[in-house]
Design a protein around this ligand. Structure first.
Ligand code: 5GP
Ligand code: MN
Length: 353
């Protein structure tokens, strides 16, 4: 936690105090952690007297996270895919931009140029490998935490108004950060550190309703999702002789099952419960690209595989990327052969390097 020191926390507090227009941003296709820490920060700023803060996201918030969005906040949430002009204007007119849960501007897709060219002070709070520190006035980066939500929790706890007492956090901040940490750990299945459990304990003590979070996250799915899961495990999961499991969803299948953003959350983890599976990939056709999620067991680097073969990156055992059509593959029908070739190369010669 070397970035969390008194000097940096004071600097953050004074940047916030001096700012007139604050914008909070996160990465493309935002997940529970991205949304959780943006909303957590938003309510912290509101409680500190900073009204008028905006949240700008490249894409919509998946519907399973709607329980974190109240009416007032919804007016301050600006989505680039819905209102591109407004989203870019908000960024260019802000004097402080707080970047959460991503390591470099390109991870924000459509917001990248606006962020790069903005003259605002910029703060990074992130838990991915290889942060682009030079683009920020102040960077907090730490990979030994479960999530950006946990890292933000640790930072906020050291600010004067919270003063190491989770009970001083706005309730909506506590709820959002607990949610982000829960989704990024896959409900305490991975990336759990002693600090993660301390955070959970402090937040529950402070009154966060974990049952409410769990019922929203895990007991509200569509029936179609579970039917697709059954079909996937029965018919669509392939396991290579190197112990790589992969699942490919083409556009037609996603339409047939009415799959929305977030509906396939968790699918990529399922094959890892098989003993001989060391790495799991989930591919989804999405316009001119195929989005790739990668998860791995200890000793296999999902991050390295994503960087080498899928134009991406992430964490050691949880990473993502994309294949471009037609640059990397002519179409989705070539994806299986691509995976077979490159994961074989990876598992036999590149993983250990
Ligand atoms: P997911 O499979 O859930 O989309 O992504 C897994 C993890 O990898 C997340 O923490 C996500 O932020 C990260 N990730 C996904 N794509 C990329 C990428 O292109 N670059 C980097 N650095 N991280 C990524
Ligand atoms: Mn995250």
């Amino acid at each position: 936690m070397q970035d969390i020191n008194r000097h940096n926390v004071q600097k953050l507090v004074s940047l916030i105090a001096e700012a007139k227009k604050i914008t909070v941003v996160s990465h493309m296709k935002p997940d529970g952690d991205a949304v959780g820490c943006c909303i957590g920060m938003y309510h912290y700023l509101a409680a500190s007297g900073k009204t008028g803060t905006k949240i700008v996201l490249p894409h919509r918030v998946p519907s399973y996270l709607n329980f974190l969005i109240d009416k007032d906040m919804a007016c301050d949430l600006c989505i680039h895919e819905d209102k591109p002009k407004l989203a870019l204007e908000v960024i260019s007119s802000s004097d402080l931009i707080i970047c959460l849960d991503f390591n470099a501007f390109h991870r924000t897709d459509s917001l990248e140029d606006a962020l790069r060219s903005s003259a605002a002070e910029k703060v990074l709070i992130d838990h991915h490998l290889n942060p682009d520190r030079t683009s920020f006035t102040l960077a907090f980066s730490e990979t030994e935490v479960s999530s950006a939500s946990e890292f933000l929790f640790q930072i906020l706890m050291r600010t004067p108004i919270i003063n190491e007492d989770a009970g001083n956090l706005p309730q909506k901040t506590a709820l959002a950060l607990m949610t982000g940490m829960t989704t990024d750990t896959n409900n305490f299945n991975n990336s759990v550190f002693p600090s993660t459990l301390r955070m959970a304990s402090a937040l529950i003590e402070a009154g966060v309703d974990r049952d409410f979070i769990l019922s929203n996250l895990y007991n509200q799915y569509s029936e179609k999702r579970m039917r697709l899961m059954g079909h996937t495990l029965q018919d669509l999961m392939t396991i290579t002789k190197d112990g790589v499991a992969y699942i490919i969803f083409d556009k037609k299948l996603l339409q047939e099952y009415h799959i929305e953003e977030g509906d396939t959350e968790g699918f990529v983890n399922l094959p890892l419960s098989i003993g001989r599976v060391k790495m799991s990939l989930l591919l989804k056709e999405d316009g001119d690209r195929i989005r790739v999620s990668i998860r791995s067991k200890k000793g296999v680097s999902a991050n390295r595989c994503a960087q080498l073969h899928f134009n991406g990156g992430g964490h050691e055992n949880a990473a993502g990327g994309r294949l471009y059509i037609p640059k990397d593959v002519a179409g989705i029908e070539e994806a299986a052969a691509y995976i077979e070739t490159y994961t074989h190369l990876f598992m036999t010669t590149e993983n250990e390097k």
